[in-house]
Design a protein around this ligand. Structure first.
Ligand SMILES: [Zn+2]
Ligand SMILES: [Zn+2]
Length: 321
C-alpha cells in the first residue's frame, strides 16, 4: 500500500500524493501566476506614484525604501536549491519554479531504443521548459508533470515548499481563495466539514481529509437531501430528528395518561383513552406522581400526564401533558 507523503493516508498503489493533495498542488500552481502579478502591481508600482501614507508624517530624515524588499526578492532573479535544507528564507518565485522544473526534467526518464531494440532509460533533456522561463510558463509545465511528481516520495518536499511560498505571497497580497462550506456531511466521517476552495478541483473534508470530485459530491448531496427530507417529513418520533441529545439517549417510550381520582395516598391512573376502552386503573403513590409532575397532590385528579413506560410496564418520570 502506498502512502501520501503529505498526510500519510493510503493512496493508490505507486502514488505518493493522495487526490486531495494532488488537487491542492494543482490549485497552487494555478494560483501562483496571478499572485505574482498582484505582487508586481501592488508593490512594484512606479516610484512617481507612491502609495498613500508613504510620504510625509513619518518624522524620519531619510527617505523610506520605496518598495518592499521581500517583494523584490520574491520577484527578482536568483537561484534555489530544491532539495537543499535552505528553504526557509525568501526564495525568488521564478528561481524556485525553475529549480523544480530542472529537477523533474533531470529525473524524468526518457526511454529510447537503440537499433538493436534495447531500451535505454536516461534523463530527459527535452522535458526542460526552455522556452517558458516565466512564472506562468513554469507553472503550466509543472502542472503537466504533476502526475509524474505524484509518483515520487519527493512530492512531499514540493508540496511543503510550495505551501510555504504561496503562504508568503498571500501574506503580502492579502488575496486568499474563498472557502465554501458544503451542506452535506462527509460520507466517510459524517462531520459537516466538507469545503470547496476556489481554484481547487473537488471537495475536501476538513475533518478527515476525505476528497471527492464534484460529480461524486453532487450525487452524495442529492442522496443526503433526499434522505433528510424523507426523514423530516415522517411524523413518528423515532424517525424525526431528535430535539435534544437527552431525548435521543433516552430510549424509554412515553405514554399519555389521566389521573382519575385519589384514593387515600394513591392516585388512580388510566390510559388517556375514551372510558369504554380503559383497562383497570393502576395505583401509584400520589405524592410521588405530584412531585415528579411538579403540581400539588390536590390538583392531580382529572389531570393529563405523560409517563415513561419501563420494561416491567411500570410508569415513572411523570410530567404534565
Ligand atoms: Zn494527502
Ligand atoms: Zn470526513
Amino acid at each position: 500500500m502506498s502512502m501520501c507523503a503529505i498526510c500519510r493516508r493510503a493512496t493508490e498503489a505507486g502514488l505518493h500524493a493522495c487526490p486531495r493533495h494532488t488537487a491542492e498542488l494543482r490549485a497552487w500552481l494555478a494560483e501562483l501566476p496571478g499572485q505574482a502579478r498582484l505582487l508586481e502591481a501592488e508593490f512594484l508600482a512606479p516610484a512617481s506614484a507612491p502609495a498613500q501614507g508613504r510620504i510625509g508624517g513619518t518624522g524620519r530624515a531619510t527617505a523610506p525604501v520605496p518598495v518592499d524588499l521581500r517583494v523584490v526578492t520574491l520577484l527578482g532573479p536568483g537561484h534555489a536549491d530544491v532539495l537543499g535544507a535552505d528553504d526557509d528564507g525568501t526564495v525568488p518565485i521564478r528561481a524556485w519554479l525553475g529549480a523544480w522544473a530542472g529537477y523533474l526534467a533531470y529525473t524524468y526518464p526518457a526511454v529510447t531504443r537503440d537499433p538493436y531494440g534495447t531500451a535505454h532509460v536516461q534523463p530527459c533533456d527535452q522535458a526542460w521548459p526552455r522556452h517558458h522561463e516565466t512564472i506562468t510558463g513554469y507553472c503550466v509545465w509543472l502542472t503537466r508533470y504533476l502526475p509524474y511528481a505524484a509518483a515520487h516520495p519527493w512530492v512531499g518536499d514540493l508540496h511543503r515548499q510550495l505551501e510555504a511560498l504561496i503562504d508568503r505571497v498571500r501574506d503580502l497580497t492579502h488575496a486568499v481563495p474563498h472557502r465554501h462550506p458544503q451542506g452535506a456531511p462527509c460520507p466517510r466521517c459524517q462531520a459537516f466539514a466538507l469545503v470547496a476552495v476556489d481554484g481547487q478541483l473537488g471537495i475536501t473534508c476538513d475533518s478527515c481529509g476525505h476528497h471527492l470530485d464534484i460529480d461524486t459530491y453532487a450525487a452524495h448531496a442529492e442522496a443526503f437531501l433526499h434522505t433528510h427530507q424523507t426523514t423530516a417529513g415522517d411524523a413518528t418520533p423515532a424517525a424525526a430528528p431528535p430535539h435534544t441529545a437527552h431525548e435521543r439517549t433516552n430510549p424509554m417510550p412515553r405514554v399519555t395518561v389521566r389521573v382519575l381520582l385519589l384514593l387515600g395516598d394513591q392516585a388512580e391512573i388510566v390510559a388517556d383513552v375514551p372510558p369504554a376502552e380503559r383497562a383497570e386503573p393502576v395505583r401509584y403513590p400520589a405524592a410521588d406522581v405530584a412531585a415528579a409532575a411538579g403540581v400539588p397532590v390536590a390538583d392531580l385528579p382529572g389531570r393529563r400526564l405523560t409517563a415513561e413506560v419501563g420494561d416491567d410496564d411500570q410508569l415513572s418520570g411523570w410530567r404534565v401533558a
